[in-house]
Design a protein around this ligand. Structure first.
Ligand SMILES: Cc1cc2nc3c(=O)[nH]c(=O)nc-3n(C[C@H](O)[C@H](O)[C@H](O)COP(=O)(O)OP(=O)(O)OC[C@H]3O[C@@H](n4cnc5c(N)ncnc54)[C@H](O)[C@@H]3O)c2cc1C
Length: 285
């Protein structure tokens, strides 16, 4: 059963920020993480500030060279946006196999990013896009790379009076490969065992830009910067890709749980990184 809690329902962003400034109360978006966690006793909060009526947070904007997702955009909104397949192919791939339709209609991108779960499926694709997050509070805004947002398991740099306002990125250049693979027990409605995203941009037969992000294999989702450094500016041979995949796997700190053992997660982090890098290089070059 759901425990009793206080709920405020601001209608505008300034009202929501004012409510948060009080220091008591946690944002509630679609509730698809929060409600199961409250029911299961994993979440202890008793005062929530609903963002569901704050229309300013629910939008998708494409400008000349930038895409911005308001934190209240839902996973279904992403799937319905005709330009998103070009602006963020791997994010669309992740959204396509995200939960079932009912959850996708309520689940927001902001909730997925802010819950801090190592298995949040939108995060590896956003990391490989090099996305920035904009945090807002009653005293102003700050923007930082998503890559600097996570501190530890379910811990982020957000202060209690801040909320995630938006996420933005520059779309991949035409011809780039932006891929996502979710390993899970079923194709739909299953928590990720290992989630990998890769972006490769090629120029003049060499790898110009490469980003690699791994999910569910460490306390936080992370970029494999060392592996990226091994590939950037080079021709991606099988040997080089294998070395980079080994390096990425070396950064993993997986746990064993009821979905998979730590050993399995490590093996699949290695093999899936190798597989996605090969696919991405073939596609981009
Ligand atoms: C049946 C089921 C299937 C699921 N399948 C998947 C799946 O396939 N992949 C996946 O990644 N997840 C999955 N989830 C988890 C969940 O749906 C997602 O993480 C979802 O995106 C959470 O968004 P929400 O809007 O519901 O967040 P909420 O539950 O409302 O909030 C989650 C957390 O984020 C905080 N928060 C929310 N919005 C903001 C904001 N703007 N600023 C600051 N903090 C904020 C809240 O305070 C809370 O701590 C599933 C959940 C269920 C119940």
């Amino acid at each position: 059963m759901l425990p009793r809690f206080e709920l405020s329902q601001p209608q505008t962003l300034p009202e929501a920020l004012k409510a948060l400034a009080g220091g008591v109360g946690q944002p509630l978006a679609g509730g698809t993480n929060l409600f199961p966690d409250l029911r299961g006793g994993r979440e202890k909060g008793d005062t929530f500030i609903s963002l569901s009526q704050v229309g300013e947070l629910r939008y998708i904007e494409h400008t000349d060279n930038r895409v911005t997702l308001g934190s209240g955009a839902t996973i279904s909104d992403i799937l319905r946006d005709p330009q998103m397949k070009i602006a963020a192919p791997a994010l669309v791939a992740a959204s396509d196999i995200f939960a079932g339709a009912m959850v996708r209609n309520a689940a927001t991108i902001g909730g997925n990013v802010c819950c801090g779960s190592p298995s949040a499926d939108s995060v590896p694709p956003l990391l490989t896009l090099g996305a920035d997050v904009t945090l807002a509070s009653a005293s102003g805004e700050r923007t930082l790379p998503l890559d600097e947002f996570y501190l530890d398991y379910k811990k982020t740099v957000m202060k209690p009076d801040e909320l995630l306002a938006s996420i933005s990125w520059t779309p991949p250049t035409p011809g780039s490969a932006h891929l996502f693979y979710k390993l899970s027990r079923r194709k739909g409605d299953a928590i990720t065992i290992t989630g990998i995203s890769v972006l490769v941009e090629a120029e003049g037969g060499k790898c110009k830009t490469v980003r690699i992000a791994l999910g569910s294999v460490a306390p936080t989702i992370f970029r494999a910067h060392e592996a990226e450094g091994m590939l950037a500016g080079r021709v991606l041979t099988s040997e080089l890709i294998e070395e980079a995949a080994q390096s990425a796997a070396g950064q993993c700190k997986p746990i064993s749980d009821n979905r998979a053992s730590a050993e399995y997660r490590l093996l699949t982090a290695h093999s899936l990184t190798r597989r996605l890098l090969r696919q991405a290089w073939k596609q981009a070059s």
